[in-house]
Design a protein around this ligand. Structure first.
Ligand code: NDP
Ligand code: MG
Ligand code: MG
Length: 340
């Protein structure tokens, strides 16, 4: 069983006694910074001066300085820029890292794959909320917290875990529970989950189901509702009560048909493919390819995005969601999110 920490296991005073630089003000950055500030922590934001995020942070009264100045000022530096950017941003952080400082992350990628190599005299730890940033903020303001993970890679001070738990309390995670892990386990399971099940697996199932129905002559609108729209309703049931509660809630027809279908859809070959994905993550092959993709202009990523956007399910889905304002539908236009 994973060791789990709650509010009583963490001392908020530790992080309240430190100067904390939050580098980046995106999904995670805004949530960490605002929650810490509400928890009485001395926070500055490190960003490129004048950037879109810098304006947002200043608008809510946060102090924004350059990454270099933030790192120079702080005792604790939390790196919340995109993973593919962190190694370059670290070049601006490194000169400000003094013995006894703490370098923190919300995902272990750059430490696990050694694109960032901190000096031995600083603590290196991780607090990873298991939630998108906007929920980290929302749930906190409602008095709760999202669950999280904690890990220590380097413990120069002997106090790295206690300080990481204090940080986790400051952003609300100990209210829900913080599980102890390592950078390696967090990174490898996170990458595997998003590839095999969450982002890769689920999207592939949805598209394939839509294709089979429409190629058989069924109307695309019906296919959309059956394989995409209703997926959320099923996942909500799993989220609240696991597979058993999902199966309890759906009709006996759906439950029986589901059991019968499982072995057709996920075959031993599928499992072997999942094992291959995991092996590529563990060996560093996936990380190497992703790092290289980012260094060479992200051409494959661009092609993937174009192909995904042109799938017929996206066209019919956009039209259907526009007629369902209760969903608060959104769309991505030139890399930014707008109301649909
Ligand atoms: P975002 O893409 O939302 O944040 C980007 C932020 O980084 C922006 O404020 C951007 O500012 C800033 N930034 C980008 N490049 C630079 C640069 N060169 N110098 C300074 N600032 C820069 O990131 P996320 O919040 O999604 O991810 C942050 C970390 O959290 C990652 O390690 C990720 O794996 C982890 N994580 C993310 C989760 C999520 O829900 N998104 C969940 C759990 C962990 P600008 O306006 O200047 O571009
Ligand atoms: Mg991830
Ligand atoms: Mg049905």
């Amino acid at each position: 069983m994973a060791k789990t920490y709650h509010d009583n296991d963490a001392d908020l005073a530790l992080i309240q006694g430190k100067k904390v630089a939050v580098i980046g003000y995106g999904s995670q950055g805004h949530a960490h910074a605002l929650n810490l500030k509400d928890s009485g922590v001395d926070v500055k934001i490190g960003l490129r001066p004048g950037s879109a995020s810098a304006k947002k942070a200043e608008l809510v009264g946060l102090e924004v300085v350059s990454v270099k100045d933030a790192a120079e000022w702080a005792d604790v530096i939390m790196v919340l820029v995109p993973d593919q950017t962190a190694a370059a941003v670290y070049e601006e952080i490194a000169p400000g890292l003094k013995a006894g400082n703490t370098l923190m992350f919300a995902h272990g990628f750059n430490i696990r794959f050694r694109t960032i190599n901190p000096p031995a005299d600083v603590d290196v730890s991780l607090v990873a909320p298991k939630s998108p940033g906007h929920r980290v903020r929302e749930v906190f303001t409602e008095g709760g917290g999202v669950p999280g993970l904690v890990a220590v890679e380097q413990d120069a001070s002997g106090n790295a875990l206690a300080l990481a738990l204090s940080y986790a309390k400051g952003i609300g995670c100990t209210r829900a529970g913080v599980l102890e892990t390592t950078f390696t386990e967090e990174t490898e399971t996170d990458l595997f989950g998003e590839q095999a099940v969450l982002c890769g697996g689920a999207a592939a199932l949805v598209k394939c189901g839509f294709e089979v129905l429409t190629e058989a002559g069924y109307q695309p609108e019906l296919a959309y509702f059956e394989v995409l729209h209703e997926l959320k309703l099923i996942v909500d049931l799993m989220y609240r009560g696991g597979l058993e509660y999902m199966n309890y809630s759906v009709s006996d027809t759906a439950e029986w048909g589901g059991y019968e279908a499982q072995a057709y859809i996920v075959t031993p070959e599928t499992k072997n493919k999942m094992k291959e994905l995991l092996a590529n993550i563990q060996s560093g092959k996936f990380a190497e390819k992703f790092i290289n993709e980012n260094k060479t202009g992200r051409k494959e990523l661009d092609a993937y995005r174009k192909a995904e956007a042109s799938h017929p399910i996206e066209k019919v889905g956009g039209a259907l969601r526009a007629a369902m304002p209760f969903l608060d539908p959104l769309k991505v236009e030139n890399g930014t999110v707008v109301k649909a």
